[in-house]
Design a protein around this ligand. Structure first.
Ligand SMILES: Cc1cc2nc3c(=O)[nH]c(=O)nc-3n(C[C@H](O)[C@H](O)[C@H](O)COP(=O)(O)O)c2cc1C
Ligand code: SF4
Length: 509
């Protein structure tokens, strides 16, 4: 066998289950070229080795160094169906059914191979943007209907228009890669697997609003993402995609990576800006909004990784093409992240509107334990616990609000029937107490009182009275908190009581 090309993910999720050793074992074979890629997002199959064949890349899941020699002897390098081969990866139903837009190149190309990026459609959006007026780019974004993927779902076009229309000597573009939500990992996988897409999205933003400088705020728990981004930035400078007069245009833009230090609240945009300025991550009162007074007091675009990652396609194919996808006021695709007690966890990018049931039962394949699904938390630690009876909700911003939930960053965490709602409600308050920035009383003190009140309910002490007190406390936190940390913590707590009241009852003495 000679001249085989084999792809092995270098994504942290694959490395965690031995992908580096598998790559080494394959690399030691004669005439084998190993290309390290991101992950396709089928995490239960990692390490997923792919072999180039005339029919496409053939996949071999859960490869360990110990089985490499055997699989090769049986014909792995010719792409024959040995071991548990899943066949041509692009045709594998779990992946083929998805609509990969932002994740189109993740797991396909080597992350910092700038030629491969271009061959796979990279830079087309930026090239088009650069021959448009900034205001036209902003209107293209507005027409796409893109809403921020970090959690709040704010229309990106409106945010960019505000920055464009605010005069200042300096403007910034900042990317929020703090990704603190439980059950989320898409920002990391995009950064590790296709960093140029993020860079391209930020460059389009810079041109649209007139910014010269940008920062990617990356959580320190993501060292591989930070390293890949830094490598990609160096490569982009070397090829004239960052720096002065990018590709001979009027756009000049410098981009830097900064590391956070592990506080959930530093994902909140004003806290993130404080942290970027070198201060303690404490929430700023709004107004002024960051689009008017952001980093170092200058107009600043702050967007999530997935928001920027949607931008290149919007510019390349036009806002109308993106707006044609989705449901209701949720346009385009959403990168869902399946986690928790689920058999097939990973990345599912589809048009908005897919049902939660399709995600959990069809893509997810049900629970790992084989027990019935009892609860699903969508949208991170501040999202509602939805009961199995809500599984038919369409996954879009408004439909989730209607059932008392929220989409957040698209994380979907599944529990089986051992889910204990009272314990999870307590955890929500405890999490808020630990992660509160401490600036406002309803959150700083309220969350601590919340833990104590739930403890009394669990202990069966004056249960009815304490449930009323907890409800009152939740109202105070919702209405009186300065930011969504304290403002949304009641969502998991109250949804747990609403849907799983018996869990708060059964310990009553
Ligand atoms: C407590 C808290 C944590 C947050 N964490 C993140 C985060 O990790 N990543 C993120 O992009 N947005 C996070 N957000 C939302 C940001 O404040 C902000 O809305 C977002 O970065 C704006 O980008 P977008 O419009 O592209 O979503 C958080 C908000 C709150 C209140
Ligand atoms: S709600 Fe909590 S995290 Fe937000 S400003 Fe108040 S104390 Fe800080």
């Amino acid at each position: 066998m000679s001249g085989s090309t084999v792809y092995v993910p270098a994504d942290s999720s694959a490395v965690a289950v031995g992908a580096d050793a598998v790559a080494e074992a394959l690399g030691s074979l004669e005439d084998v070229t190993v290309v390290r890629t991101g992950s396709r997002g089928m995490l239960w199959l990692e390490p997923l080795v792919e072999v180039e064949t005339p029919a496409g890349r053939v996949g071999y899941p859960n490869v360990t160094p110990g089985v490499v020699a055997g699989l090769v002897a049986e014909g792995l390098l010719s792409g024959v169906a040995v071991g548990a081969s899943i066949g041509v990866v692009d045709e594998y139903p779990w992946l083929a059914r998805q609509h990969r837009v932002s994740f189109a190149r993740v797991g396909v190309i080597a992350p910092t191979d700038i030629a491969a990026y271009e061959e796979h459609g990279g830079w087309a959006g930026l090239r088009r943007a650069l021959v448009m007026e900034p205001a036209e780019v902003v209107e293209e974004l507005a027409a796409s209907g893109l809403r921020g993927r970090g959690g709040a779902g704010f229309p990106t076009g409106i945010k960019w228009r505000t920055v464009l229309q605010t005069s200042a000597d300096l403007k910034f573009v900042c990317c929020n890669l703090d990704e603190g939500d439980s059950g989320t990992f898409a920002d990391r996988m995009l950064a590790e697997g296709d960093p140029f897409t993020l860079i391209e999205g930020m460059l389009v933003a810079a041109h649209a609003v007139g910014a010269r400088e940008g920062y990617i705020y990356c959580r320190s728990e993501y060292p591989a993402a930070a390293a890949t981004l830094r490598r990609a930035i160096d490569v982009a400078y070397a090829h004239g995609w960052l720096g002065d007069r990018i590709q001979g245009s009027d756009l000049s833009f410098d981009l830097f990576v900064r590391l956070g230090a592990g506080a959930y609240i530093c994902g909140e945009e004003t806290s993130m800006l404080e942290s970027l300025e070198g201060r303690r991550g404490e929430v700023r009162a709004k107004p002024p909004i960051p689009a008017i007074e952001g980093l170092f007091g200058r107009p600043t675009v702050v967007n999530n990784v997935l928001t920027f990652a949607a931008v290149p396609m919007i510019l390349a194919d036009g806002g109308a093409a993106y707006a044609a996808l989705g449901s209701g006021r949720s346009r385009g695709t959403q990168v869902f992240q399946l986690a928790g007690n689920v058999r097939q966890g990973g990345i599912v990018e589809t048009d908005f509107g897919i049902s939660l049931r399709d995600l959990v039962e069809d893509y997810g394949g049900g629970t790992v334990t084989g027990r019935p699904v009892r609860a699903v938390q969508v949208g991170g630690p501040l999202g509602a616990y939805l009961p199995a009876t809500d599984l038919d909700v369409p996954m879009d911003y408004e439909a989730l609000l209607e059932v008392g939930g929220m989409l957040g960053h698209g994380g979907v965490v599944v529990w089986d029937d051992t889910f204990d709602a009272a314990r999870m409600a307590r955890f929500a308050m405890e999490f808020c107490a630990k992660e509160s920035c401490g600036k406002c009383t309803p959150c700083r003190i309220g969350s601590q009182r919340g833990v104590e009140t739930i403890d009394r309910i669990i202990a069966g002490t004056e249960r009815e009275r304490n449930l009323l007190l907890l409800d009152d406390l939740c109202t105070t936190m919702t209405k009186g908190s300065l930011c969504a940390m304290g403002g949304l913590t009641p969502m998991p707590v109250q949804s747990a009581i609403r849907h799983f009241a018996e869990d708060f009852d059964r310990r009553t003495s």
